[in-house]
Design a protein around this ligand. Structure first.
Ligand SMILES: [Ca+2]
Length: 252
């Protein structure tokens, strides 16, 4: 896959005069972004990718075993048949983010892929501070932004909509606009598990980052202190992983 994409890129570049616009159907951006010692998934983990982990490991998630994941509807409500395969209980695009996964399941996925879940501090640095040497305008290297999308939350999949809602629930991974560090959906779409932990009334809790499609843009800001029981799973919570920058390519 990687070699094919590279070959395609080289052929494309060779055929284009300097300054030409990339044609429609040009190869997608690389699937990871390297920032310092860490390589980041550019997007949230998709159903397709989580499916390869399940095929490889035989994993059966708690949401599947326990009768379905949770939605908030006047309180946390279990929805029969809502699982990572079918986030809202019906067949869905496999480009959607994988959800209905508890912390341990998210962490197991990242181990399989060759990495781990990020800490909240790592996540914040990647989400809000532009680190690339030559970012596309208006992003500027070294600037810390209020939103993972930059100076404004525009382009993120939140519940704030001036007009028609393009994505009433989750958006396909990578469908929104790339933000700080070229990462997609660090703000909103689905919450992302981080490894920070604290005791809770329902067992250990883990922090979740970035807000979701259910919330407005205020939940995308740095410093939002959101925690969930580690064993919880819901339609709003997904993940992305980090990998050592000097390690092998992640399993996809
Ligand atoms: Ca997100």
């Amino acid at each position: 896959m990687r070699r094919t994409a590279l070959t395609w890129l080289l052929l494309t570049c060779a055929a284009l005069p300097a300054g030409a616009t990339r044609p429609t159907g040009a190869p997608p951006a690389p699937e990871t972004v390297t920032l310092g010692a860490l390589r980041w998934d550019r997007t949230e983990v998709s159903i397709a990718r989580f499916g390869r982990f399940v095929a490889d490991t035989g994993t059966r998630t708690r949401a599947e075993a326990e009768g379905g994941g949770f939605e908030f509807s006047g309180g946390w409500t279990r929805r029969p048949g809502w699982t990572w395969r079918m986030p809202e209980g019906r067949p869905a695009s496999d480009a959607l983010p994988a959800v209905h996964l508890n912390f341990d399941e998210a962490a197991a996925f990242c181990r399989w892929a060759g990495g781990r879940l990020p800490t909240a501090a790592e996540w914040d640095a990647a989400a809000y501070t532009e680190q690339r040497s030559d970012p596309p305008p208006p992003l500027q290297r070294g600037t810390t932004y209020p939103y993972p999308t930059g100076s404004s939350p525009e382009g993120a999949n939140t519940s704030d909509n001036a007009g028609p809602d393009r994505w009433p629930t989750a958006a396909p991974t990578g469908a929104s606009r790339a933000g700080v560090n070229g990462l997609f959906d660090m703000g909103a779409n689905v919450w992302e598990w981080a490894s920070d932990t604290r005791p809770g009334s329902d067992g250990p809790e883990r922090r979740t980052m970035g807000g979701s499609w259910w919330y407005g843009a205020s939940q995308m800001r740095a410093g939002v202190d959101a925690w969930k029981p580690a064993r919880f799973y819901a339609v709003y919570i997904g993940l992305r992983c980090v990998y050592p920058a000097d390690g092998p390519a992640p399993t996809r």
